[in-house]
Design a protein around this ligand. Structure first.
Ligand code: NAP
Length: 343
C-alpha cells in the first residue's frame, strides 16, 4: 500500500516531532493536528508539513481532517490525569485517562471509517493491560484492544469495545499497535526529570528503586512507525519496543548522575515509603513528579518478554551511546517556566 499523506495526532510531542521529521525526510506529506498551534511551532517550517489546530475529541472534526489522507497515526497519550487543569475545559481536552486513551482511539477508528482511511498506527505502552492496577496502564490496555479489534464496528452499542467483538474483524482498516518501554532521547520527560533532581539535591529518596525498565531510543521508535507504515506484514500486529539493555530505576538514576558528573546519595525507599512519597507528590502544585498511579505501574517490570518481532531490521540504540549527548541540556516541556522561576 503506497502512502503519500499521513495525519498525526500528538505530532507536536516528544515522539511526534521525531516521527514527523522522519516522515518528511522520506518524502511524505504530514498533517499534524494539535490543540494549540503554538505547541507544534518546531514543525511549521518543515516543507511538507501542515499544522492544524483541531479539537481531536470531536469525531466529526477528526473525520474532516482525515479526509484525503492515506494513513493516521495516533500518538496522543498522557502520563498523569490533569484533574487540576482549567475546569472550564472538557475533561478530554484537559486530560482524562479514559477520554484520552479509550474514547479518543474509538473516535479515531470511527473517523477513519468515515473518511475512508485504511491504515492506522496506534501508540500504546509496554505494560498496557485492561486489568492493571494502574489506571494509566488499564486505559492504554483497553484502548489498544479496542483499536486492534475495531477495524469496523458492527454495533450501535456505545460500549461495543468493552462488551466484546460484536463487529467484523479487519474490515477495511489495517492497524498496527506499538508498545514501547520508557522512551529516551533529547527532550524526554523521564530521564530529564531525574537530571533535574540530581542537579538540585545531594540526597535523593527514590521510590521503587528496583523497578526494571528497558528504555528505547526515540529515533528507533519513530523508525519502527515509519518502516511499518507501508509494510503489509505489520497489519494486525502488536509490537513491544525495547532497547538493548535492562536497568533498574536506581541504575538509570545513577547513569544520569554519572553523565552529569554528580554523586547524589540515593536513599532506596521500600514499598510503604514509596507509596507515601508518590501520594505526597500528588499535592505538589503544577505537573506532579509522580503519582500513586505511577507507583502501581512500576510494580511490574517494564521489559520486553518475547512477542512478535518486527518484519524488518530493528537494531535498537544503546542508552549509553545517546544519554551524554543530551542530558546536559534541558529542552523538556515546561523548561521556560522553570527558567523564569529560577531567576
Ligand atoms: N515518552 C515515553 O516514555 C512513552 C513510553 C511509552 C508510551 N508512550 C506513549 O507514546 C505517546 C507519545 O508520547 P510522548 O512522550 O511523545 O508524549 P508527549 O510529548 O506528552 O506528547 C503527547 C501529545 O499528545 C497530545 N495530547 C496530550 N494531552 C492531550 C489531550 N488531553 N487531548 C488531546 N491531545 C492531547 C499533545 O498534543 P497537543 O498538545 O499538540 O494537542 C502532545 O503532542 C503517548 O501515547 C504515550 O503514552 C510514551
Amino acid at each position: 500500500m503506497a502512502i503519500d499523506t499521513v495525519c498525526i495526532l500528538g505530532g507536536s510531542g516528544f515522539v511526534g516531532r521525531v516521527l514527523v521529521n522522519q516522515l518528511v525526510s522520506r518524502g511524505k506529506r504530514v498533517r499534524v493536528l494539535t490543540r494549540r498551534r503554538e505547541q507544534a511551532k518546531a514543525l511549521i517550517l518543515l516543507p511538507t508539513v501542515e499544522v492544524l489546530e483541531a479539537d481531536v475529541h470531536d469525531e466529526h472534526e477528526l473525520q474532516r481532517q482525515f479526509a484525503g489522507t492515506d494513513a493516521v497515526v495516533n500518538l496522543v497519550g498522557i502520563l498523569h490525569e490533569e484533574t487540576r487543569g482549567r475546569q472550564d475545559q472538557p475533561a478530554a481536552r484537559r486530560g482524562d485517562f479514559h477520554e484520552v486513551h479509550v474514547e479518543l482511539p474509538r473516535k479515531v477508528v470511527h473517523a477513519c471509517g468515515g473518511a475512508g482511511v485504511t491504515r492506522l498506527l496506534h501508540m500504546s505502552a509496554l505494560g498496557a493491560d485492561p486489568v492493571s492496577r494502574s489506571a494509566y496502564q488499564r486505559s492504554k490496555g483497553i484502548g489498544e484492544a479496542l483499536v486492534r479489534e475495531a477495524a469496523m464496528p458492527h454495533s450501535d452499542d456505545p460500549n461495543w469495545y468493552l462488551n466484546g467483538p460484536k463487529f467484523v474483524h479487519g474490515q477495511g482498516l489495517a492497524v498496527t499497535v506499538f508498545r514501547p518501554s520508557v522512551i529516551f532521547g533529547r527532550g524526554d520527560s523521564f530521564l530529564n526529570l531525574f537530571a533535574r533532581l540530581v542537579r538540585l539535591f545531594p540526597v535523593l529518596p527514590l521510590a521503587n528503586p528496583g523497578a526494571r525498565f528497558q528504555p528505547v531510543y526515540v529515533e528507533d521508535v519513530a523508525r519502527a512507525f515509519a518502516d511499518s507504515l507501508e509494510n503489509s506484514a505489520t497489519h494486525g500486529q502488536t509490537y513491544d519496543l525495547c532497547g538493548p539493555g535492562i536497568y533498574t530505576l536506581e541504575e538509570l538514576v545513577r547513569l544520569v548522575a554519572q553523565s552529569l558528573h554528580r554523586h547524589p546519595r540515593i536513599l532506596r525507599l521500600g514499598p510503604r515509603l514509596s507509596y507515601l512519597q508518590a501520594w505526597a507528590m500528588e499535592f505538589k502544585p503544577g505537573r506532579p513528579l509522580m503519582t500513586r498511579d505511577n507507583y502501581y505501574a512500576m510494580l511490574k517490570d517494564n521489559v520486553c518478554q518475547g512477542g512478535p518481532a518486527l518484519p524488518f531490521e530493528f537494531r535498537p540504540t544503546a542508552l549509553e551511546a545517546v544519554l551524554p549527548q543530551y542530558i546536559h541540556g534541558d529542552d523538556t516541556p515546561g523548561r521556560h517556566g522553570r527558567l523564569r522561576r529560577a531567576r
